[in-house]
Design a binder for this molecule. Structure first.
Ligand code: CP3
Length: 346
């Protein structure tokens, strides 16, 4: 029995109602923390991700500071692509940028000729970092993660960040075969990255399909869901969280027929409505509005209370933000939210 099995997070992911509602924050390890900014001076983002001691320390910082119910592994969704030998950088203030965008059938063929197994083979630094983290965390769970095929493709096809992800969405229709080749390969790459984190001791995983909300439900079902499913299948008995932004119209699809134990909800949809859509077999995660982190405390306090109250409509609830912590967030506000959530009746 793993040491984290009775933690509030794992119990909530299994559908129990633990004595307090678990809370953690997407992007809790990052720029909102002065101790993070200090450690990162002089090291590029992806180099930091592949330095086991550094990645472990950054992963642990928010757990020590805020007392959150879980750590999220400090890494990035493009790390497995870097491990596969793809030329990618993360530009500060911008995001992932690829030297060679993958736009044509030939581009897809070149990329997918790389064995996904090469990711597992190169993932030593990831395993080492996870090992250090779980040792220090004791019975606090570590959440491993990966990018979903569509969100990764949104960067890869464009060559960098984009608003509407037009090129990736166009490829689905212009060349479905190339699209499925690309997304199927990305699913294997993400699965390999998740597998490395699980082998080294992660207690749960989250699949980030951050940009899935840009898809029509029909496109989501035909071109995306099968590949997200493939990324999450075959990981053994581990709780799975599936997250996206603006996913109201596809929320039920994001259950992946029960493969996801929990579905992340952003701030646009109240959790009681989300619970009604998801039915009684899925835990909800979310959905504090990141915009309210700068509001006066009484306003934020009432909002967090409302989120927890609406979360009672679901079988279980993991409190989080609707998306990541904005870099300019006062970290003391996050600590205060953790105290508040833990004090509220689940
Ligand atoms: O605390 C955590 O959540 C763990 C670490 C984590 C990072 N990226 C670290 C990071 C996680 C889970 C991610 C996932 C990720 N990366 C996603 C999905 C989640 C989401 O936000 O929707 C996406 C889309 C990416 C791609 C990416 N990486 C972007 C858009 C950016 C921001 C660029 C910027 O500077 O604004 C990154 C960089 C990144 N990833 C940072 C961190 C801490 C900032 C790097 C820095 O400190 O300069």
């Amino acid at each position: 029995m793993p040491r984290t099995a009775d933690s509030a997070l794992l119990r909530a992911l299994r559908g129990d109602r633990p004595a307090h509602t678990p809370v953690w924050f997407m992007r809790q390890a990052g720029r909102s923390l002065p101790e993070y900014r200090e450690l990162r001076v002089g090291t590029r983002m992806l180099d930091a991700c592949l330095d086991p001691a550094l990645a472990a320390e950054i992963t642990l910082q928010p757990v020590r500071r805020h007392g959150v119910d879980a750590a999220i592994f400090f890494s990035d969704i493009v790390v497995p692509l870097r491990l596969a030998g793809v030329e990618v950088e993360i530009q500060p203030g911008r995001g992932p940028v690829f030297a060679d965008p993958v736009r044509t059938r030939d581009d897809v063929a070149r990329l997918t000729s790389i064995e996904p197994a090469s990711v597992a083979a190169a993932a030593g630094p990831v395993r080492d970092a996870v090992g250090i983290v779980v040792e220090e965390l004791g019975d606090t769970p570590l959440i491993g993660f990966a990018g979903a095929p569509f969100t990764l493709a949104a960067y890869l096809v464009e060559g960098g960040p984009s608003k509407e992800h037009l090129r990736a969405r166009a490829m689905m229709h212009a060349d479905p075969e190339a699209w499925h080749g690309l997304a199927g390969w990305l699913a294997q790459v993400s699965a390999a990255f998740l597998g490395a984190q699980i082998e080294a001791g992660a207690s749960a995983v989250q699949l980030f399909d951050s940009w899935a909300g840009s898809l029509s439900p029909a496109d989501y079902r035909a071109f995306v869901a099968p590949h997200s499913r493939a990324a999450l299948e075959g990981l053994g008995d581990i709780p799975r969280i599936h997250f996206g932004v603006g996913t109201g119209p596809i929320l039920a699809d994001m259950r992946l027929d029960g493969l996801a134990d929990a579905v992340g909800v952003d701030w646009r949809m109240p959790l009681d409505e989300a619970a009604a859509v998801l039915g009684g077999r899925t835990t909800v995660q979310g959905n504090i509005d990141p915009a309210l982190l700068t509001a006066p405390w009484p306003v934020l306090e009432a909002h967090v209370g409302d989120v927890v109250a609406r979360g009672r409509a679901a079988r279980a609830h993991v409190v989080n933000l609707g998306h990541g912590v904005p870099p300019e967030t006062d970290p003391d506000v996050l600590t205060r939210i953790v105290g508040l959530v833990h004090s509220l009746q689940p």
